[in-house]
Unconditional design. Structure first.
Length: 410
């Protein structure tokens, strides 16, 4: 593979003849990244493509007017793995075992993504998924608007000296760099045998703000869906040159209604105050909070722009070492489950590292099996802590303990 996420790749297009070429990608930021640059009597199309948030297939076109001369599909790979086959096989085996675990959160996640489609969805698949989930997506957005994620933000405003109270670091630095703001008064601050007070300064003010990364991400999701729907509308509206088929007006109306509904949301008073997303984000708010979780899952289902080969929880690139530990523990449990009876197991929880399902870091997870004939216990433990050792305490990634009847050791 030659294309990786968070990489910057330069594209240069030289026209062979004296024709006017244009670059097209359904993502507006990538479309705007490539410009026409004149070189003497000729020109080139040149720009840098950066796939910041999306892993998977991406297609761009070189056009002459409305005619597509060249269509190129590239695959963006995760940066942490060198071989696509290893990564997909690992995730496939992990997902097979995870789907067999009867935990509420995982079962719910799996049911939401049960209709699995391989590869990047076609425009018809995208519309079918949007039509099926659009009402639920808008309902999730309304839930977010009723109970939005918020935080306290500190702002600084200029104030008169008599209005200043206890200053924070920024307020003190402001006065420290501006000694001309101090004047002599009777009951001021004693500084080098002088009684001084500032004429003005910076006053810290705490304000409730909804312009959080989580809300920016939700707004980004709505904008991305609008872009994809506009791209779909353009394709449906253009006449099929091979069969001369006219566009279905009902279909165009449905797509336009979706676009207008999403634009109405992004332009309302609440979302207008939310800024533009400028970084990658993975937050437990998106995975757990009411409204955010549903909107995020629906977005992944209908676009799968961040999903690898259609499985919902594979949207983030995992740390390879952690993934191998995870796979080893689950694979051993899967092999033991074929011969022995599963008695109990710890819950698999959400992790802040960005996975929907993961073993929680720095905590021990245990799966207990029983021999069907002898009743002997077999215990498989993940991240088992061993203290009171002659050397230093150890945490083993995976430990298998086998109990023998009549013995006081394992």
């Amino acid at each position: 593979p030659i294309f990786f996420e968070n990489g910057i790749y330069q594209i240069i297009v030289f026209p062979k003849n004296d024709v006017e070429l244009t670059f097209y990608h359904e993502h507006p930021s990538l479309r705007r990244a490539v410009d026409r640059i004149s070189i003497g009597n000729q020109y080139v199309l040149m720009g840098n493509l950066q796939f910041q948030n999306e892993v998977g297939l991406s297609t761009f076109e070189i056009r002459m007017g409305d005619k597509v001369l060249l269509e190129v599909t590239i695959e963006i790979f995760p940066t942490k793995l060198n071989y696509k086959e290893d990564y997909q096989k690992l995730l496939q085996e992990v997902s097979e075992e995870i789907y067999n675990l009867a935990f509420h959160f995982i079962k719910k996640t799996y049911q939401r993504a049960k209709a699995k489609l391989d590869g990047t969805p076609s425009r018809s698949e995208f519309f079918r998924l949007m039509e099926a989930h659009f009402h639920d997506f808008l309902q999730a957005i309304r839930q977010i608007e009723r109970q939005p994620h918020h935080q306290l933000a500190t702002t600084h405003v200029k104030a008169r000296g008599d209005q200043l109270g206890r200053l924070d670091a920024k307020g003190r630095n402001y006065l420290r760099k501006r000694p001309q703001l101090f004047c002599e008064v009777h009951n001021g601050i004693r500084i080098q045998h002088r009684s001084l007070m500032p004429v003005s300064g910076l006053k810290a003010k705490k304000e409730l703000t909804y312009d959080t990364l989580e809300n920016r991400f939700v707004k980004w999701m709505m904008v991305r869906l609008i872009d994809k729907l506009r791209d779909l509308f353009e394709k449906v509206q253009s006449k099929n040159k091979r069969y001369e088929v006219e566009a279905d007006p009902d279909l165009l109306a449905k797509i336009m209604n979706m676009i207008r509904a999403l634009e109405a949301k992004t332009n309302n008073a609440f979302w207008r105050t939310i800024g533009k997303l400028d970084r990658s984000i993975m937050s437990l708010v998106l995975q757990m909070a009411p409204g955010y979780r549903d909107a995020y899952q629906i977005f992944l289902i209908v676009t799968r722009g961040l999903a690898l080969q259609g499985k919902l929880y594979q949207m983030s690139v995992k740390d390879v070492a952690t993934l191998y530990e995870y796979w080893t523990f689950l694979k051993l449990g899967q092999l033991l489950g074929k011969k022995y009876k599963l008695v109990s197991q710890d819950i698999i929880q959400v992790n802040r590292s960005g996975l929907f399902v993961n073993l929680e870091k720095n905590r021990s997870a245990k799966r207990v099996y029983e021999h069907p004939h002898t009743g002997e216990k077999i215990i498989l433990t993940y991240q088992k802590y061993e203290g009171r050792l002659p050397t230093i305490p150890q945490i083993r990634d995976t430990m298998l303990s086998i109990e023998k009847k009549g013995k006081d050791y394992t």
